[in-house]
Every structure is written in C-alpha cells, then in structure tokens.
Design a protein around this ligand. Sequence first.
Ligand SMILES: Cc1ncc(COP(=O)(O)O)c(C=O)c1O
Length: 393
Amino acid sequence: MKFLPYGRQEIVSQDIEAVTRVLQSPFITQGPMVEAFESCVARYCGADYAVAVNSATSALHLACLALGVTRGDHVWTSPNTFVASANCARLCGAEIGFVDIDPRTYNLCANALEEKLRITSAQGLPMPKVVVVVHFAGQSCDMDAIANLSDQYGFRIIEDASHAIGARYKEQPVGQCQYSDITVFSFHPVKIITSGEGGIALCNQPRLHERMALLRTHGVQKSSCTQAAPSEPWVYQQDALGLNYRMTDIQAALGVSQMSRLDDYVQARHALASRYDQLLQPLDVTLPFQHADNYSSFHLYPVLVGQSGQGGAGRRNLYTHFHQHGIGVNVHYIPVHTQPYYQAQGHRHGDCPNAEAYYERTISLPIFGSMTFSEQDWVVDVMTDQLTQPLAA
Ligand SMILES: Cc1ncc(COP(=O)(O)O)c(C=O)c1O
C-alpha cells in the first residue's frame, strides 16, 4: 500500500555527492565540514557563533550546561513540546516548571509566563534561572514580550527552535539570538532540512560559545593548555566535565548541501499550508493560526478536530481512518507534564489546561518540502470523507 508520512527528508544527487566527497577524504569525524556547516547556519541566521552537535537534544543539554544550570535550579518550559525541551534541564539536576500555552498559537504564552513569574515572586518561591521557549510547528513565540520579562525578572532564555530553521520573527531570522542567549535547531530527518541526525546551538556571546565547544568534546582542549609546556605538541588538557556530542563531517556535508535549499523548502511548505487553509475551510476543524509577527517554517500543520471535553473521540477516529488509508498523520504533543516521569516529579493533569485541551483534539497532517499537491489532495479527500460521513445511529 502507498504510504505518506507526516514528514520526511528529501535527498538529491547533490547531497549524495557532498557526502561521498567526505567519505573519500581523510576526515569523516568532526573536521572542516563541521566548521563549514557552523559558518553556513550562523551566517544564514545572523548569529556570531555556532556549535554543531549530534542532535538538538545534545545542543539543548549543552545550552543548559553553558548557562550554568545545576542541581537546585529551576527551569521553565512549555508543556506542548517534545520531552527533550524539559529533559535538558533535568539532566543538569534542575527542577522543571511548565507554563501553559496560548490557545491560538499553541506556543508558551507570554501572559501566562508573566502571571507565573508574578505569583512565584510574590510568594517568595524559587524563580527560574532559564526559560526554554519552544517555537512550536515553526512559528516563533512572542519573543519581544518574553525578553522584556527576562530583563524584569533576570532569567536567561534558550530558544528551542528545533522546528523553526528558516522561520522569521518581526522580519528577522529565528536563530539571530536577538531575544535570547542561545538558539537550538534540529536536523532530524522530519525537520525542515536534515543532516541524518544532528543539531546546532547558536549564540552571540563568546563565553557561551567557548563553553559549549569545550563541553561538546569531553571538556578537553588542545589549543590553550595551561598545565604543560607548550613545546609538548601531544598535550591535551581536560578543563571541565564534558561529553562526546560531536557531529561528523559526513553529517555536516549533508547539512551544508541541504542548507542551499532551505528557503525553497520553507516556501514549498508555505504553499502547502495555504492550500490546506483553503481546501479544509469547509470542514468543521480549527486551522493553525499565524500571528502577523511571524513567518513560520511550517514544520507541522496541526488541526483541531471535534469539540473540547468530548474525550478526543473525533481525533481518534480520524487518526485511525488516515492510517487505514496509508497516511501517517501524527500527534504533537502529549503534554510533557502528563508523562509518567514528570508525574513522578509532582506534576499533575490539570496543571496546564490549555495544553491538555489542545492535545485532546490535535492531529498533524502531512507537510514536507517535497510533498506534491496530488499527495495533499489525497490527504484532504481522506479527511473530508471521514469528517462528512453521517454519524452511526
Ligand atoms: C521541540 C523539539 N525539541 C527538541 C527535539 C529533539 O531533537 P533531536 O531529535 O534532534 O534531538 C525535538 C525533536 O523532535 C523537538 O521537536
């Protein structure tokens, strides 16, 4: 049976040639292509520094470590995200707080953040050291408002922009770090561009750059050893407790090659999104809202089906119907605070009502750079068929 996933990579001959050149070169682990990929992404986004790693999960962990997140600290994030946005701080020993989402954009809500900060401060409870904002589906959060709150309350900001390479906020590329300390992208194959697996952390502060680069490779460096005579050329020195989060040149070559088509992919996703907007108009579904400040990269196209409080039956039936027809729709996301691991940390169902109500009804329709309009028509037909059939007596 024909199968259409909700997202997938496109690999062209230029990508294969780029990867083959690396395979035939002396460097297949971290080497000159990683540096080239870092420069390419930093230049595209207008950021000063980039550290490429083996996943966005690793980049988020490095970002928390570089910002000094440690045991006893508090880090807040959105419940409507993949678990990695919260896990990165747990891996540093921090406690997680969840800030409910805006019911229109499904992003962490700046007003809810303000309210939670005000109450937490008034009650003398621990304030967040870092807030990890997530640009859900490729649409930026309200960064102006969140950066103002950061100035007022003194927390640092990580942008988890795993979904949002190629997006713009107030005309500027996401990744510029104008409103944050560090921005992270993912290059997993369902994302806008891919390096197989991979991630990157962008920043404008040299100290953060140095720290993330050091921790990416065991906390070990060769260039400025203080312990041994510089005349000993084999000397390396461990200055901190780091990890092996390195990206390979094989992955980076694929990344550089894919970067040349990033804008085309985002444009293709926009064309598909506006076509969905038109074709799904007659159906009783809520289409994704786009704020005027944003140019999304449309990593996802989430629609809401059924009504709140109905236990998600409409969504479940539609999901099953799609899969029976070979269409691999998905659900983004089960609210992180409802995961058993986070329940064991004291989080409860009901903590973030907007994220929970959204989760009950959401379904992500297929959207990716190489998807054709006829594949999209098929999705719309299958969906229309399910949502317009008379209810069983
Ligand atoms: C919002 C978000 N953050 C982080 C990640 C982790 O990305 P990676 O798979 O590159 O580690 C994902 C992956 O899906 C994600 O969607």
